[in-house]
Design a protein around this ligand. Structure first.
Ligand code: UD1
Ligand code: MG
Length: 463
């Protein structure tokens, strides 16, 4: 948080043509979060008085504002139409700005500038001058280059306007700057559209400052990754990896064992206990809590779920909106869907799907089953291939299976139906009526031999 009062302009109206996408550039995601949201969050963290986001409409639709407006209701959204350069974008905000306070300009496609770097930028701001964030980049292509005369910044030349000699300049413009409102208004109003792209470049104000003998101080970021822009899909995935590696390193330093930092994705928030083990290619989405000693196998996806101590999740399981109590076992290849809850020491085996189902303590569904809208008690055993028929084509119905019941393999439970405590369902039964406690039922077709049948052998049976 900065002590100074300042306003922030975030430029996000660009069409992002280099992304080759119908989605606005800043609405692509890194770590599951919109690129622009990182920039808005940073502006909030450094304590901006107001935040103006410049956006454009897309053939009459305000996709950006509609997507992010509700969760950012303190943001002032300013329309830029037509979209003709960063200078023109800032011009749309000028009438809202006070003359006497500093204006922080951030680019919506540069998501990782840190509050620490921004604090340094404010500290370096000269009275009546500009504080500019620049960086030395080995891969400088695409960025505006910083031109210096006798060491002083005199201009920024955009990539498409460079001379051959200027292409070798490795100090680049990051787009981030602090400038007093009064100066910004004066300079932006003078920007002309004379360049290869026929756009109004905000960067031209640096040369105007130099012509007025105003100081332009430069600051470097703590880490060059802070100033990487998202202009195409390659840069987007590069930033995703940088972000994920950082998350992974943070988790490892806090005690989570990730078997490979390059094959882990966190798209949200992970809370964890001690000695959690996460194997390769695991994706965590939304908010996930893992208790002590939880072990997650290869290729699992966990979303908005809570997993208590000593749970083992075997490979390739999908867990979404679920609570798993301690000492339970899940998978491999299990799918646990929203609203499901597993009691402690319960077992879900391979190719089992649960939806909105409670499974009691020490209950087991070991193989190839579907249970939807079911309430299953403690110590229940559900055999292989058991299906709850919860949907009649119009409505969903509930299946109740009380404690200690045993449901034989390949049974269908036609809901609504209740199986009483201790009841036993013979294999292959279609249960259409309630079963009393301790009752045994079976609806299997009787087996009988066909006495006239003879096996006909193939002439050439292959041996
Ligand atoms: C810009 C800078 C360049 C710098 C680079 C750093 C200019 C002219 N160039 O180039 O010096 O090295 O960022 O990442 O500023 N935008 C608008 N309205 C527009 C055009 C763009 O709001 O009319 C927004 C975009 O949505 C984007 C940001 O401004 O968030 C920068 O625009 P972009 O087209 O990405 O500029 P770069 O070519 O990256
Ligand atoms: Mg850019």
């Amino acid at each position: 948080m900065l002590c100074k009062i300042f306003s922030t302009i975030i430029l996000a109206a660009g069409k992002g043509r280099r992304m080759c996408s119908n989605i606005p550039k800043v609405l692509h995601r890194i770590g599951g979060k919109f690129v622009l949201q990182y920039v808005i969050d940073t502006a909030i963290r450094v304590g901006s008085k107001d935040i103006y986001v410049v956006y454009s409409d897309d053939y009459g639709k305000n996709i950006l504002k509609d997507t992010l407006g509700a969760q950012n209701n303190f943001v002032d959204w300013v329309l830029q139409n037509p979209v003709c350069g960063t200078g023109h974008a800032v011009n749309q905000v000028l009438s809202f700005l006070s003359d006497d306070i500093d204006i922080l300009i951030l680019y919506g496609d540069v998501p990782f500038v840190s509050p620490y770097t921004l604090r340094k930028l404010f500290d370096a701001k000269p009275v009546g001058g500009v504080s500019l964030l620049t960086a030395f980049l080995r891969k400088n292509s695409g960025y505006g280059r910083i031109i210096r005369q006798n060491g002083k910044v005199s201009n920024i030349i955009e990539d498409s306007d460079l001379t051959e000699d200027q292409k070798d300049i490795h100090e680049v413009n990051t787009g981030v700057m602090v400038v007093t409102g009064r100066d910004l208004k004066r300079w932006v109003n003078c920007i002309k559209c004379v360049n290869a792209n026929r756009e109004f470049y905000l960067t031209d104000i640096i040369h105007m400052a130099w012509l007025e003998d105003c100081t332009v101080n430069t600051v470097f970021p703590k880490d060059n990754n802070e100033v990487s822009g998202v202009n195409n899909k390659l840069q987007l995935v590069e930033l995703e990896r940088i972000y994920q590696k950082k998350q992974a390193e943070f988790l490892l330093s806090n005690g989570v064992f990730l078997s490979d930092i390059y094959r882990f994705s966190l798209r949200g928030k992970l809370y964890h206990g001690d000695d959690v083990y996460i194997d390769v290619n695991v994706v965590i989405e939304g908010t996930v809590c893992l208790g002590n000693r939880v072990n997650i196998g290869i290729g699992c996806i966990l979303k908005n779920s809570v997993v208590y101590d000593d749970v083992v999740i075997y490979p390739y399981s999908l867990i979404d909106g679920v609570k798993i109590s301690s000492h339970s076992i899940v998978g491999p290849f299990a799918r646990l869907r929203a609203g499901s809850e597993l009691g402690s020491e319960s077992v879900i085996g391979n190719f089992v799907e649960l939806k909105n189902t409670r499974l009691g303590e020490k209950s087991k569904i070991n193989h190839v089953s579907y249970m939807g809208d079911a309430d299953i008690g403690n110590m229940v055993n559900i055999g292989a291939g058991v299906i709850s028929c919860n949907y009649d084509g119009f409505d969903k119905h509930k299946t109740v299976i009380d404690d200690n019941a045993f449901v034989g393999a390949d049974s269908q439970l036609v809901a609504p139906v209740t199986i009483g405590a201790g009841a036993k369902i013979g294999a292959g039964t279609t249960v259409t009526r309630d079963v009393l406690p301790d009752e045994m039922i079976i609806s299997r077709v009787r087996q009988f031999p066909i006495t006239s049948w003879k096996r006909i052998l193939k002439k050439d049976n292959g041996d």
